[in-house]
Ligand binder design. Structure first.
Ligand SMILES: *Cc1c(COP(=O)(O)O)cnc(C)c1O
Length: 355
């Protein structure tokens, strides 16, 4: 970081900490006392502020609402064993945020604003970083277009915000997932690799249909043939086949997940072979049937490492090995958590100690 930015701080009159139940935290519903805001106009970012979390005034004509110029990120701060607070791989999220911004014709956010905004928010809401095992403070950067103008063009004005929400486990059990072969999440030349609002909007209806059919989550396949596995929509997918970690390669339709990258690095470091390539539905189903596929899990910041217990495909349900038997993913997940919580040294430079 080059210089210390001028951030205006307005403190909340009263903290909501005392009325917040940390033992039952639904994901993304309870926000900490403060938020960070920056505004873009005339080609530059200004008006940097930390202020009480709450509604922000806006015109109903803002282009984000009409044409979807909106992007976001998700990263986490962890309370370390020694009481420090560290944020995991913030650089990667920062880079991806600006990649999404470029694809959506939005301005880049300077690294200083992204990082110092996070630091300022954690400084003021330090007590909101939970100390319980498996908990963290989820950080949600978001940027949206604020021109009150109904013409279809890139907005001239934007708001960048950082929200934080204390969180426990996203999923509490092994997932039953459906391989989706009718609807699609992303297509070549599209915006699948960007964390942009429309990707999630278009997935809601198919997801609701899957829920009605008794599934917890979807596995998206490629739009052209539905023969290849892409990802889960808020998490990447990793399989263990013949003792190797196998994961769909990152392409324009698959989000380049930080957790995915972290797990690949940890696996290679532990001497486990990793294959990043196209993964066919056929191969996965055959692997379950002949027993060579021993593990499948979703990997993401919100979901962390969540085992897949059952896979539905063309009306049939395939049962995967008992999650308790999955030593490879459990081992990697443990190393990952130990680094995040400062229980073992971080030899990769992934942790940024904010406080
Ligand atoms: C956020 C997200 C992921 C997971 O990425 P992480 O960086 O590991 O959190 C995977 N797929 C999609 C579509 C996502 O939005």
């Amino acid at each position: 970081m080059n210089e210390t930015l001028d951030i205006t701080i307005s403190k909340a009159d009263q903290s909501r900490l005392t009325v917040t139940d940390f033992s039952t935290l639904p994901f993304g519903k309870v926000f900490s006392d403060h938020m960070f805001i920056a505004e873009y106009d005339n080609g530059e970012w200004s008006n940097l502020q930390v202020l009480p979390y709450g509604p922000i005034p806006m015109s109903p004509a803002i282009s984000a609402l009409h044409y979807g110029q909106a992007i976001f990120e998700g990263l986490k701060a962890y309370r370390q064993e020694n009481g420090n607070i560290s944020v995991f791989r913030a650089d990667k999220n920062f880079e991806r945020f600006n990649k999404s911004a470029t694809r959506m014709s939005m301005p880049s956010i300077p690294k200083d604003i992204f990082m110092q905004g996070i630091a300022a928010l954690i400084e003021i809401d330090e007590k909101w970083v939970p100390a319980q095992d498996g908990y963290s403070l989820y950080i949600r950067p978001v940027m949206f277009a604020t021109d009150p103008y109904l013409g279809v063009k890139p907005s001239d004005k934007y708001t960048f915000a950082l929200l934080t929400t204390p969180t426990g486990q996203y999923y509490s059990k092994a997932l039953k997932v459906k391989i989706e072969t009718e609807y699609t999440r992303a297509d070549d030349g599209g915006v699948g690799y960007a964390k942009t609002a429309g990707n999630y909007a278009r997935s809601l209806y198919p997801f609701q249909e899957a829920l009605k059919q008794g599934f917890d989550q979807l596995i998206w396949t490629d739009a052209a043939t539905h023969e290849f596995i892409e990802e889960a929509g808020t998490a990447n997918l990793i399989f263990v086949i013949n003792g190797k970690l196998v994961t769909p390669s990152v392409r324009s339709t698959v989000l380049d997940g930080v957790t995915r990258d972290t797990i690949i690095t940890l696996a290679k470091n532990a001497g486990i072979e990793v294959e990043e390539r196209r993964v066919s539905v056929k191969e996965v189903i055959a692997g379950i049937e002949n027993g060579t596929l021993t593990d499948a899990f979703a990997a993401g910041t919100a979901a962390t490492v969540t085992p897949i217990g059952q896979i539905g495909y063309e009306g049939k349900t395939y049962e995967l090995p008992d999650p308790a038997s999955r030593t490879i993913s459990a081992g990697i997940a443990k190393t990952l958590n130990d680094i995040r919580y400062g229980l073992i040294p971080d030899e990769f430079g992934w942790t940024w100690t904010v406080k």
